[in-house]
Structure formats: structure tokens, C-alpha cells
Design a protein around this ligand. Structure first.
Ligand SMILES: Cc1cc2nc3c(=O)[nH]c(=O)nc-3n(C[C@H](O)[C@H](O)[C@H](O)COP(=O)(O)O)c2cc1C
Length: 205
């Protein structure tokens, strides 16, 4: 599938076939593609929790507005982030490059993030947002549909998946085979309302 087709045909699916399961190989293909997404300094602080335990999914649904996608999708991925990944053996993010590059990049990571708690958190959401879209487009190309889900109790989901300290839950993505077509598509804003050149205009549209 070409990229434009994947982008324009991706829709959020609310009803998945509960009988369908993805193979481990498909899940790994999907997440391998997802991990090609960019991260600042290549710190790859995303952590993906694949929830395939039926009882755990049932418990998650209870804290996620009873949304059927939580239990009925083929695969449920909780996109998390380690906000301290920048400080955990950062040389592993640059181990296959020439020594001068490594000597420049690795110390720069610490200089950029140390003491910058808000930045560490913002970056986690940026990276997981980009990874989420990569995952959804990769799934489309693999013949699957998706639903991004933020309608859940973050603390309760964190508890259920045993989220470690200094990690965040950013988003859940359900992946599967649709049973019903998506809801009617919402309208997209015309470009005049969301694209500006150089500066915002004095009076906003
Ligand atoms: C951050 C985020 C959170 C969302 N949370 C939910 C959700 O909890 N449940 C749901 O059914 N859809 C959810 N959606 C899907 C949106 O409703 C959907 O993307 C939007 O209406 C546009 O429709 P489309 O994705 O089919 O193009 C979410 C989307 C995003 C980006």
C-alpha cells in the first residue's frame, strides 16, 4: 500500500472481530516498523506493552469507559515511555556509529535533558505520538485497522500493567479486523484554518 492510501484510508474502528488474533510474527513486524519512528537524540524512550491476557483486557475495559475495542481487538498496545531513558546507558543509542559521532552525541543527551523534567515529559508524548501514527499506518499496510484510545483512567491502567517508576502511559492503540464500518468521518478543517505561513495572523480565522 502506498503511503497516501494508508493515510487517507486509516479510520478509527470501534467494533473489531473478537475471534481474530494476530500471530506473534505479525505483532513483531508491526512493532519493528513502529520502532523506525524518529526520537530526539534517538533515545527511543517508548515502551510498548502488548496486552494479550483476556482477564487483564477485561479489567482494562472497566477503566476505559467500557469501550469494546479494549477487549475485542486482535492486539492491544499500551504506548508507554521511560522518561529517564536519556540517562540509562545512552551509549546504546549510538553504539554502531563512528567514535567521533558517539563522542559528540552521547554527552549531548545528558546536557539536553538533565534537570529538565518538563522537557523529559513533553518528549515522551511527542515520541509516542509519532510512534502511534507509524503503528497505525503500518497496521493499515498489513491489512489491519486501528483505534487510538485516550479514553481511560491513566492511573488505573498504569496499575494494571505494573508501570515502573518514572514511566508514563501515553495512549492505547487497538488493532484488528473491523466488524462494522467506522462512524461517519468527521470533517477536517480547511487549510486556511490551520496552516499559517511564517507567523500567526493578527486576527485568527
Ligand atoms: C489522542 C486520541 C485519543 C482518542 N481516544 C479515543 C477513544 O478513547 N475512543 C475512541 O473510540 N476513539 C478515540 N480516538 C479516535 C478519534 O475519535 C478519531 O481519531 C477522530 O474522531 C477522527 O476519526 P478517524 O480517526 O476515523 O479519522 C482518539 C484519537 C486520538 C488521536
Amino acid at each position: 500500500m502506498d503511503t497516501a492510501t494508508a493515510i487517507t484510508t486509516r479510520r478509527s474502528i470501534k467494533h473489531f472481530d473478537p475471534e481474530h488474533r494476530m500471530t506473534r510474527a505479525e505483532i513483531e513486524q508491526l512493532l519493528t516498523l513502529t520502532c523506525h519512528s524518529p526520537t530526539s537524540f534517538n533515545i527511543q524512550h517508548w515502551r510498548f506493552v502488548v496486552v494479550d491476557d483476556v482477564e487483564l483486557r477485561r479489567q482494562m475495559r472497566k477503566v476505559a469507559w467500557n469501550q469494546a475495542q479494549i477487549t475485542d481487538s486482535s492486539v492491544l498496545v499500551v504506548l508507554c515511555a521511560d522518561v529517564h531513558a536519556w540517562d540509562k546507558q545512552p551509549e546504546r543509542y549510538w553504539q554502531h556509529v563512528a567514535e567521533p559521532v558517539r563522542q559528540f552525541m552521547v554527552p549531548a543527551i545528558g546536557q539536553h535533558y538533565r534537570g529538565q523534567e518538563q522537557l523529559q515529559r513533553d518528549e515522551a508524548f511527542r515520541s509516542c505520538g509519532i510512534a502511534a501514527q507509524t503503528l497505525m499506518l503500518a497496521a493499515k499496510e498489513m491489512g489491519y485497522d486501528t483505534c487510538p484510545i485516550a479514553g481511560f483512567n491513566v492511573a488505573a491502567v498504569a496499575d494494571l500493567i505494573h508501570l515502573p517508576n518514572n514511566h508514563l502511559v501515553t495512549l492505547i492503540i487497538a488493532v484488528g479486523k473491523p466488524l462494522q464500518p467506522p462512524w461517519p468521518a468527521g470533517s477536517r478543517l480547511p487549510l486556511e484554518q490551520c496552516v499559517f505561513y511564517n507567523r500567526f495572523p493578527d486576527s485568527l480565522p
